[in-house]
Design a protein around this ligand. Structure first.
Ligand code: ATP
Ligand code: MG
Length: 630
């Protein structure tokens, strides 16, 4: 079956399509009803079916592939490599589950996991899934305030943390951050379970509240904890969106729908099957880490590699050597990571035997054409941009080489995944726009399996955030899009990243693409800055490929490029050349802070900022004055 037939079937006969897909996982009780859409926009998949994510990710594979590596934790920070077979993983998960039980964690209770990207963290997640506890992983790079906010929203019974993380060779003690977060939190957990990797020396422990994992694990070393069978629609986890645009939302995921969507995507999108290996360079703190470091590959019976460290340490060949060692078939990374590698000597790409590698998938932010072009040529593999959100849990737009590899169109994440009825809507009229016209990307509900069930503890916010933007009941992605004649969709940026110049609405992404097409430019960020006359004007912050390029010359070149490509209206008012752009820890541009600084306002919540120097750079550039424009 080709892609078109596959997709059409998922839309025209959704219940048949998903009932068949559901056979890829184990159920304790079979679903009674495939889809319940009696209470829009809420929907329930596989109603009455009972299953368990941990069973499907671990136990199910013991008989056939017990000795195959399940998880590989490769850390170039600690210098350690940990490989766990499915059998060893099963053992560790049972022990962890028994420890959680001994701390009084029950089905439906929350467990916050604040750990670096390690095998231990994945074990903690699977242990929660095993006993029906709801995990909420908080990215280990977040500061105490982010952690406190998430704790108060999730109200966990237990918080699991590591003694420390490491970044660029530096030890970052976690426990003091946890203590600070708990002193701020209104709903602290009864216990903090500390997984001590021996990185941080003496770990401060609070009597009665804090317990060390090691001694407890020894007590429960042979424990067998039965799987808690959950109704398909019970919550499996909460994951907060990255908060690029405001207060993070607690995305609530179900059990059965998620497992089925992941199982389907593993073969159809990522073309990975049991016994093969997948390497996602994300972090368990993000949705990609949940879906394609932990649950997806394991449900498929594949080996998953968890990498802790920088892509350039000990040298920029490290990822490719890992691909060679494990015969990785599919790699998943982000445009930001590729841009980092692009700055290195291309010889590193030839330093490993990549004959097993077939695909590189990239997601999380727009994949600009120069970056896509570079990596496609340098790697000589199929590079696939895929578009999705924390909310959706798996790709919305992608190519599906496991079904049929349609041609790659640079700049587009491709075609809809099964079950996604995508529409592009005019924000004013609410009508569908035609091919080549810009609108808001929307999903016609019911949302397919795998997508969020609701916002944790807040059904009203679920409706208000996602389903209240149009006359019709539609899920708004809050991203601009254009669909071409062939059905390929192009993402043009977020609906709140719009610049209104004298009544013309311009997407920052379009201007950024245009600036980035200038040969001197490495990366560009465009923000709308208040202007007395025009309302707003576009202002550019750009980094250059080479340090010896004249900034003023490059900056005026950028102005001309935009004016000739997009017209005089879009011509930026000012261009600032900087050495670095402020980004979140997940690699997303912090446009909100850039805009605030350019308007001489407070940059706001900077807790997700990756590199404080980048912000200082911007401040200095603003003081110094523009390199072009007025
Ligand atoms: P918040 O919703 O809290 O502001 P966020 O949207 O940054 O945070 P995520 O769910 O991690 O949190 O990111 C999803 C968004 O990332 C998408 O809505 C889109 O704007 C962007 N994105 C993801 N993949 C792509 C892609 N392939 N091309 C373009 N944009 C992408
Ligand atoms: Mg979002």
């Amino acid at each position: 079956m080709g892609y078109e037939d596959f997709y059409r079937r998922s839309i025209e006969q959704p219940e048949e399509f998903w009932a068949e897909a559901a056979r890829a996982i184990d159920w304790k009780d079979q679903p009674q009803r495939i889809l319940d859409y009696d209470n829009p926009p809420f929907r329930r998949w596989f109603v009455g079916g009972t299953t368990n994510l941990c069973h499907n990710a671990v136990d199910r594979h013991l008989a056939e592939r017990g000795d195959q590596p399940a998880l590989v934790g490769w850390s170039t920070e600690t210098g350690q490599v940990r490989e766990l077979s499915f059998r060893q993983l099963h053992r560790e998960v049972n022990t962890f589950a028994a420890v959680l039980r001994s701390l009084g964690v029950h089905k439906g209770e929350r467990v916050v996991i604040y750990m670096p990207h390690t095998v231990e963290a994945a074990v903690a997640m699977l242990a929660c899934a095993r006993i029906g506890a709801i995990h909420s992983v908080v990215f280990g790079g977040f500061a105490a305030l982010n952690l406190a906010l998430r704790i108060d929203d999730a109200r966990p019974a237990v918080l699991v943390c590591a003694d420390a993380g490491m970044r660029g060779g530096k030890v970052i003690p976690f426990k003091p951050l946890v203590d600070e977060a708990l002193s701020r939190a209104g709903h602290p957990p009864a216990h903090v379970l500390v997984v001590n990797r021996g990185l941080a020396g003496e770990v401060p422990m609070q009597e009665g509240r804090d317990v060390e994992y090691g001694p407890l694990a020894a007590q429960h070393a042979d424990a067998e904890v039965p799987v808690e069978w959950l109704e398909s629609n019970e919550p499996s986890y909460i994951l907060y969106t990255s908060g690029t645009t405001g207060k993070p939302k607690g995305v609530q995921r179900d059990v059965g729908g998620y497992a089925v969507a992941l199982a389907l995507s593993m073969w159809s999108v990522y073309d990975v099957r049991a016994g093969q290996a997948m390497f996602s360079t994300s972090d368990i703190g993000w949705v990609v880490g949940h879906s394609y470091n932990v649950y997806g590959p394991l449900i498929a019976g594949a080996t998953s590699i968890l990498y802790e460290g920088l892509p350039t340490n000990p040298d920029p060949g490290i990822w490719w050597r890992i691909c060679e060692k494990y015969g990785v078939r599919t790699m998943f990374s982000s445009p930001t990571a590729v841009r980092v590698l692009k700055k290195q000597d291309p010889k590193w790409l030839d330093s490993a035997d990549l004959s097993q590698l077939k695909y590189l998938f990239l997601a999380g932010e727009p994949l600009d054409e120069p970056t896509a072009d570079w990596i496609t040529n340098a790697l000589g593999k199929t590079v696939i941009d895929n578009y999705w959100q924390t909310e959706t849990g798996w790709p919305v737009l992608t190519l599906m080489p496991g079904v049929e590899l349609k041609p790659v169109k640079l700049g587009s994440p491709g075609l809809p995944s099964p079950g996604y009825r995508l529409r592009v809507i005019d924000e004013n009229t609410g009508a569908d726009v035609g091919p080549g016209e810009k609108g808001v990307l929307a999903i016609q509900p019911p949302l397919p399996p795998g997508c969020l069930s609701t916002v944790w503890g807040n059904d009203d916010r679920f409706i208000a955030s996602y389903f209240s933007h149009f006359k019709e009941l539609l899920y708004s992605s809050l991203d601009w899009a254009i669909r071409d004649e062939d059905g390929y969709t192009f993402i043009l940026g977020r609906t709140d990243d719009v610049i209104n110049v004298a009544g013309h609405r311009l997407g920052t992404r379009e201007i950024e693409e245009s600036v980035a097409s200038h040969p001197d430019v490495a990366e560009a960020a465009v923000v709308g800055v208040h202007d007395e006359v025009k309302g707003q004007v576009p202002v550019v912050f750009a980094t250059l490929k080479r340090t010896d390029t004249d900034p003023a010359g490059a900056a005026s070149g950028m102005l001309q490029t935009v004016a000739s490509q997009l017209g005089a209206v879009a011509r930026p008012q000012r261009v600032y050349v900087v050495n670095a752009l402020p980004k979140t820890r997940s690699g997303k541009l912090l446009r909100r802070s850039l805009q605030a600084l350019a308007e001489h306002r407070d940059p706001g919540d900077l807790s997700t900022l990756d590199d404080p120097n980048a912000l200082e750079e911007v401040k200095r550039a603003l003081e110094r004055g523009a390199d072009a424009g007025t």
